[in-house]
Design a binder for this molecule. Structure first.
Ligand code: S3P
Length: 437
């Protein structure tokens, strides 16, 4: 089993460019695959999760050429051009792939069988299956969990669906099925969730009407092939943002070309309320998505009660926010984050277990954590942490080493490659003392 050894270090600086956005990379290969003509995707994230989506599209009959790890050329087969996979589609660790492919495949003329690794086989699927069934699809789960079995050849109808949880994966699965329905499909969210699907569908020529928390997709004749520029992944940048804040002074850290979609960037607002000094420079558009360079300065943080409205906008960044909170003056309270319990691991339990090992005073809530920060001296002791096979838990505790009094060993880190294959090299390049063994 792979581990990290993260030794205390405090100087962080220089410049870094994080790899492409995971959410956008999944969607880029999927939409390119069902478009008419050849699409080019630049800045694709060649991580295990996104490669699982690429492998699934190939298994469904789409020709995909990876000209370099990050440049992908996709020969679209059109909306009706996919065909049955010869074997079960293995989504590995990728919840996004599992949910989005369920939506896409529910609308096809053939049957599909979707499986994943041990973690993915424990993640809830009824949240996707229920609305798809309401559209007329035949989708079966095993007690709410994968494997997912789809019987093709169903006629789908547009629906208006109010989601019980603010989930971009559920919303996107329904929108993908809605491409094939006989009338428009509307999804209503209880709170904002990432809108990459809406933006990318529009850029492929689909009529999507989004207003407040409502989005409607109009079934198109076809999708037009595109050039997709994938911005840097804000969720990967988050580890470097917190590292820059926890550093001991210095010139600051420049993180280039980070996707700053407002439905993703809640962490910036939370950290600013905690006193973080983060400059946003060179704002520009990268295709359908906003992008900027972030200049992060070492900052004295103070604890806050995180407004629950910001939680869905920072859901993947909360593990590393907890690390920042441990180094802030006073108490930080995060509530309304019960979705953390059904991610790649139960992230509330996994973070709590690690914080206990590292001597951080905190309380576990059903939907979050209350953390007592230690702003002066070392916020963490050393110790041995179990990442529970969760990439974001592993990377978060790597960042904690910047304020640790002794080395932190982090077990079970191989899954960092699901989202951030070069994490160790990039972390070392800015000053972290991280080794993998
Ligand atoms: C994602 C949506 C989020 C997020 C996940 C990626 C996506 O999940 O946590 O990492 O690409 O749509 P939910 O939709 O379950 O909130």
């Amino acid at each position: 089993m792979r581990s990290y050894l993260a030794a205390p270090a405090s100087r962080v600086g220089g410049e870094v460019r994080v790899p492409g956005d995971k959410s956008i990379s999944h969607r880029a290969v999927m939409l390119s695959g069902i478009a008419e003509g050849r699409s080019e995707v630049h800045g694709f994230l060649p991580s295990e999760d996104c490669l699982a989506s690429m492998a699934a599209m190939r298994a469904l009959g789409v020709e995909i050429e990876q000209r370099s790890p990050t440049d992908v050329s996709v020969q679209g087969v059109g909306l009706g051009g996919l065909h049955a996979a010869a074997r079960p589609l293995d989504m590995r660790n990728a919840g996004t792939a599992m949910r989005l492919f369920t939506g896409l495949l529910a609308a096809q003329s053939f049957d599909s069988h979707l499986v994943g690794d041990a973690s993915l086989m424990q993640r809830p699927m009824e949240r996707v299956a229920t609305p798809l069934r309401a559209m007329g699809a035949d989708v079966r789960t095993r007690g709410g969990l994968p494997p997912v079995d789809i019987t093709g050849g169903q006629r789908l109808h547009g629906i208006e669906y109010s989601m019980p949880v603010a989930s971009a994966q559920v919303k996107s699965a329904i929108l993908l099925a809605g491409l094939y329905a006989d009338s428009p499909t509307t999804v209503i969210s209880p709170a904002v969730s990432r809108d990459h699907s809406e933006r990318m569908l529009e850029s492929f020529g689909v009529r999507v009407v989004a207003q407040d928390l409502r989005v409607t997709v109009h079934p198109p004749q076809g999708l037009a092939a595109q050039h997709v520029e994938v911005p840097g992944d804000f969720s990967s940048a988050a580890f470097f943002i917190v590292a820059g804040l926890l550093a001991a002074g210095g010139e600051g850290l420049l993180i280039r070309a980070v996707g700053l979609n407002p439905s993703r960037a809640g962490l910036l607002e939370i950290l600013r309320r905690m006193g973080a000094e983060i400059g946003v420079e060179n704002q520009r558009a990268s295709g359908a998505e906003p992008v900027a360079d972030l200049r992060v300065h070492a900052s004295c943080l103070r604890g806050i009660a995180v407004p629950p409205a910001l939680v869905p906008l920072s859901i993947d960044e909360l593990p590393v926010l907890f690390i920042a909170a441990c180094c802030a003056d006073g108490e930080t309270l995060v509530t309304g984050a019960e979705e953390l319990r059904v991610k790649e691991s139960d992230r509330i339990a996994a973070m709590s277990a690690g914080l206990t090992v590292l001597g951080v005073e905190h309380d576990v809530l059903p939907d979050g954590l209350r953390i007592q920060g230690r702003p002066r001296g070392a916020a963490f002791t050393g110790g041995e942490i179990d990442s529970r096979g969760d990439h974001r838990i592993a990377m978060s505790f790597g960042v904690a080493s910047l304020r640790a009094s002794a080395p932190i060993k982090i077990r079970d880190v191989a899954n960092v490659a699901t989202s951030f294959p070069d994490f160790v090299a990039l972390a070392r390049s800015v000053g972290l003392d991280l080794h993998e063994s």
